[in-house]
Design a protein around this ligand. Structure first.
Ligand code: ZN
Length: 209
């Protein structure tokens, strides 16, 4: 399986990530990257802070799981390709990413390291009201809300993401799409408890060791 992650899919986060006024903060088409399956961190296992970074940051994201194989999926049919969602963290070694961007190099390591794709259990979309574009979610760091979003605010809705990505890559059963993070990304530290909430339901509780 593969993990696809979307960059800058919420305007307020795109603005906080803009490096200069010349660079458009909001992409004109979906921007995305891959994480390896070895990045997955399931079942509320602890995250061990890696020694290659001093600036690992949280990005809380709604995750869509692909139910069956598809290629060049039209947006109007895309909803047939998923039926459950989870909440995850796209953990990012921001210092490595900044360095790679500065040098014009790929930033795979900063986004693909072990444990960087935190994932809760999946719940049926129907149990959350059935509308993928109306899911409220938040991240609490040590009990304080640090990120809060609603999928209604996505720049590119899930069905458009599926159309876009599947032009290039066949989507297969079990593939995951991390759909982008809202504003409020920030550092994590050893000793933190990170709790993800989706539609009022606690989804994961990550300890940083
Ligand atoms: Zn992300």
């Amino acid at each position: 399986m593969k993990i696809i992650a979307i960059c800058r899919n919420y305007a307020a986060h795109a603005a906080e990530m803009a490096t200069s006024p010349n660079k458009p903060a909001i992409p004109s088409s979906p921007a995305w990257f891959l994480k390896p399956d070895s990045a997955l961190l399931h079942d509320d296992k602890p995250f061990f802070y890696p020694d290659f970074s001093t600036d690992v940051q949280h990005e809380v994201e709604v995750v869509v799981r692909i139910d069956h194989v598809g290629k060049s999926i039209e947006q109007r049919f895309a909803h047939r390709y998923y039926s459950s969602v989870a909440l995850g963290l796209d953990l990012t070694a921001r210092d490595l990413q900044r360095e790679a961007k500065r040098n014009g190099m790929p930033w795979a390591a900063s986004k693909g390291f072990d444990g960087s794709a935190v994932l809760s259990s999946f719940v049926p979309l129907d149990s959350l009201g059935g509308d993928i574009q109306n899911l409220g979610f938040s991240l609490l760091r040590n009990g304080q809300v640090v990120q809060q979003g609603n999928t209604a605010d996505m720049i590119f809705p899930v069905d458009q993401l599926i159309q876009h990505i599947s032009q290039f890559m066949t989507l297969r059963t079990g593939d995951l799409i991390y759909t982008g993070t809202p504003a409020g990304v920030g550092p994590i530290a050893i000793g933190d408890q990170l709790q993800g909430i989706l539609c009022g339901q606690p989804m994961f509780n990550l300890r940083v060791k």
